[in-house]
Design a protein around this ligand. Structure first.
Ligand SMILES: [Zn+2]
Length: 443
């Protein structure tokens, strides 16, 4: 199949060209930043290049960062590998594998070993090559496994992957022996439950015991939120629900929260509109009410029922808790193109800076993660918000992007049918100033 082989070679060549261009973008941005902002840390240029490349290729930030970093390595350190990629005799995945294997090889031995790896890669699938390459590297430099494991351990993490139908996959990257021990322990407890007559499957039992070990729902679950009055009909309610105490040995004793945005009518049970679980999306009304029953506090978010407009607080710089929670739910993540950092780790940015007359209004506010907030504050990226929740960006290379809010309650009309179901109490027809003074402190 010569055509297929030629096409594969063309793809490799294109990826080698892409690496050259990405590396040039990084160099150009580094030079521009140094000329305009003076000496700054090297990671800013890398981050700016990742933002530019990620936005152009629709890649999440971490993938873009890896691509920029790999391009730099291919164009400066592992040039033989880059030349081979250009010739089309290895794939980009083979090149990534070669770079991985070379990372901890002593520098004096690296060029010779790189050539050997290139020869080994040709004619083998990536998986076959990976096994042989790892074996070869381990036999020659066995001492580096300690260093590599220490470096890999630095990357341990827990992450979330939203799944359909109200489900979420919780993943943990841990040391192999700990992962094995946790799984074995969950399996042992699941088997014991099965022997005692529990009808749930092993998978269900493992999952349930992990959940109950990590989540200790307080005994007050199901009671009304303490110390806060429920929002009036016609409002949205942001409930900081389900406090999750970490195990007792956690020295910080940190308590974390999740946020549910729910219509007041749905909350009191006269309506069944889906609620919004921040960071996930719509969840069923009864699931939201169950979570809301465990809420420690509520924040009412005022909304004009005729226009759906969310409140603004004008020329006050500080963003009140109600507005902040609305923005968390509306944005879901950092609003930079492609960024998925959750709004629990973002900062509120005035799109037109407050110092330049920008209003503290949902139409002039958005969530940005610290990294992207900094790119905007430094003037590397420019943003405008032509309508509430819609952000338009201009990159340092003058490319334009726009990002939309994940939630659009702000422009959703409230239908007469749902209005008729309300108890009619305290209905608001105009946006009003925030009730921030009565709000509990933000999470
Ligand atoms: Zn971001």
């Amino acid at each position: 199949m010569p055509v297929l082989k030629q096409l594969a070679a063309l793809v490799s060549w294109a990826q080698a060209q892409q690496a050259l261009i990405i590396h040039r973008i990084e160099n150009d941005l580094r030079r521009d930043i140094e000329e305009n902002l003076g000496p700054v840390e090297g990671s800013l240029a890398l981050s700016a290049a990742a933002a530019e490349v990620g936005s152009a290729l629709n890649l999440p930030h971490m993938s873009a960062l890896a691509l920029v970093s790999e391009s730099g390595t291919l164009c400066t350190v592992n040039r033989s590998t880059h030349a081979q990629l250009s010739r089309g005799s290895i794939s980009y995945r083979h090149a990534q594998r070669i770079m991985d294997e070379l990372q901890t090889v002593p520098s004096h031995a690296a060029p010779k070993f790189e050539d050997e790896l290139i020869q080994l890669a040709e004619g083998r699938t990536c998986a076959q090559f990976a096994v042989k390459a790892r074996r070869m590297r381990e036999s020659r430099w066995p001492e580096t496994i300690t260093v590599r494991h220490r470096q890999a351990l630095e990357l341990r993490r827990v992450s979330l992957d939203p799944k359909p139908d109200g489900m979420m996959e919780l993943c943990a990257l841990v040391a192999a022996e700990k992962g094995q021990a946790i799984f074995n322990s969950l399996t042992a407890s699941a088997r014991a439950a099965r022997s005692a007559g529990d009808q749930r499957t092993l998978d269900q039992l493992r999952t349930d015991s992990l959940t109950s070990l990590l989540l200790k729902v307080p005994s007050s679950a199901g009671s009304s939120p303490a110390g806060s009055s429920l929002p009036s009909s016609g409002e949205l309610a942001a409930a900081a629900a389900a406090p999750v105490p970490l195990p007792a040995e956690d020295p910080a004793g940190i308590r974390t929260e999740i946020m549910v945005l729910i219509d007041a009518e749905t909350l009191i049970g006269t309506d069944d509109k889906p609620a919004e679980l921040n960071g996930y999306g719509p969840i069923a009304a009864d699931a939201a009410r169950r979570l809301a029953g465990q809420a420690l506090h509520w924040t009412g978010i005022l909304r004009d029922n005729s226009s759906g407009e969310i409140l603004a607080v004008g020329r006050r710089r500080k963003v009140p808790a109600g507005l902040r929670r609305w923005l968390q739910a509306r944005d879901g993540t950092c609003r930079f193109p492609g960024c998925r950092v959750s709004t629990f780790r973002t900062e509120i940015d005035h799109t037109v800076p407050w110092g330049q007359g920008g209003q503290t209004d949902h139409g002039n506010l958005s969530n940005l993660c610290p990294k992207h907030h900094r790119l905007k504050t430094l003037g590397l990226w420019e943003a405008r918000q032509p309508q509430p929740g819609k952000l338009e960006w201009v990159s340092p290379l003058r490319r334009r992007y726009s990002t939309a809010a994940q939630l659009d309650f702000g422009t959703t009309q409230v239908t007469p049918a749902s209005a008729a179901k309300s108890d009619g109490a305290h209905r608001r027809t105009r946006p009003r100033p925030s009730t921030a003074g009565e709000d509990p402190p933000p999470f």
